[in-house]
Design a protein around this ligand. Structure first.
Ligand SMILES: [Zn+2]
Length: 321
């Protein structure tokens, strides 16, 4: 049976015919009683296996995005059909477990229940693949905003006490500076407090700066702007590579097309925009596989060119690469 354009349009708009149609609509409105395993994606980069995990998601009001009025973001979201109830955009919180056959390295630790009821899932995601906190040899924190470091602490204790923990010294300097804290808006204080906790509970904290080799094939990449010590993590082996870019891209509604759209947590908006404006076309030229924390899960994709516009091209999902 050929599906004509007319029939296709009708099938999108009309309810299915009652006779013989599966009751998909009714079924989808009922909460599932089946158990739901934590979602994950796997990427193989040479000898590195990267498990893409998630701590959950949050729905953020349009006012969190800077560079245009919330009404303009609302109009854009409505036109693109991604507006949610109450005028919000959904952002994910993704983390990465990297294995190289000898070590297990975790990149970021998530908001750990600290940002809404839909976060705090990373421990169960790790548990589902048979990894406990004591199995983690190293943790790399891409920056010290609350939603990336909060999971490193639970109940006033270091969750990854035995691991080597890496963080950029420029973020530690800013987020432990009482003068910077007092200049910062109230909603950023949780990041200052979490950074203070990190320094206190991880006395062996490894403070890096910008580009630095962690292991052969694994290095940090300076992507300062979103925060002063915001870094990416480059994984490269056997001619393959992947770049974890953390908060370079927030939502496909804006990024990578609009480097001028930022986030209200950015204390130096000009620096953040400058890095996006530099990075987005570079990544499009390079064609690199990118992993971005807040893009729709699993947040894997590339930056492509569509005429003069840059756009996000999601990576195909597969059981293995
Ligand atoms: Zn973030």
């Amino acid at each position: 049976m050929s599906l004509t354009r007319r029939a296709f349009t009708r099938s999108l708009l009309a309810a299915p015919a009652a006779s013989g149609a599966l009751s998909l609509t009714a079924r989808s409105s009922v909460a599932s009683t089946l158990s739901v395993p934590p979602p994950r994606a796997i990427v193989q980069i040479g000898r590195f296996t990267v498990h893409v995990l998630t701590d959950g998601h949050v729905d953020l009001p349009y006012g969190f995005f800077t560079g245009q009025a919330p009404e303009e973001t609302a109009a854009l979201a409505t036109a693109s059909h991604v507006n949610r109830d109450g005028g919000t955009l959904r952002l994910g919180f993704t983390q990465y477990l990297i294995e190289d056959g000898e070590r297990r390295i975790l990149v970021d630790t998530g908001p750990a229940g600290g940002i809404g009821e839909h976060t705090g899932k990373l421990p169960s995601a790790l548990e589902a693949i048979g990894v406990s906190s004591t199995d983690i040899d190293a943790v790399i924190l891409t920056h010290t905003h609350f939603d990336h470091i909060s999971g490193a602490i639970a109940g006033g204790r270091a969750v990854y006490a035995e691991a080597e923990v890496y963080v950029d010294r420029r973020d530690v300097a800013q987020f432990t500076d009482p003068a910077a804290r007092s200049r910062a808006p109230d909603f950023l204080h949780s990041s200052y407090d979490a950074t203070a906790g990190l320094v206190r509970l991880y006395p062996r904290l490894q403070q890096t700066e910008g580009d630095q080799n962690i292991l052969p094939g694994l290095s940090t990449v300076d992507l300062k702007g979103h925060t002063p010590g915001h870094i990416g993590v480059r994984i490269a082996d056997a001619g393959q590579s992947m770049l974890i870019v953390s908060d370079m891209l927030f939502h496909p509604l804006f990024h990578p097309a609009r480097a001028d759209i930022g986030f209200v947590f950015e204390q130096d908006p000009a620096a953040a925009e400058a890095m996006r404006a530099q990075f987005f076309p570079m990544a499009a030229d390079d064609g690199a596989l990118i992993a971005a924390t807040h893009m729709p899960f699993p947040g894997l994709g590339r930056i492509g060119r569509d005429g003069g516009t840059l756009r996000w091209v999601p990576e195909n999902w597969a059981y293995s690469s």
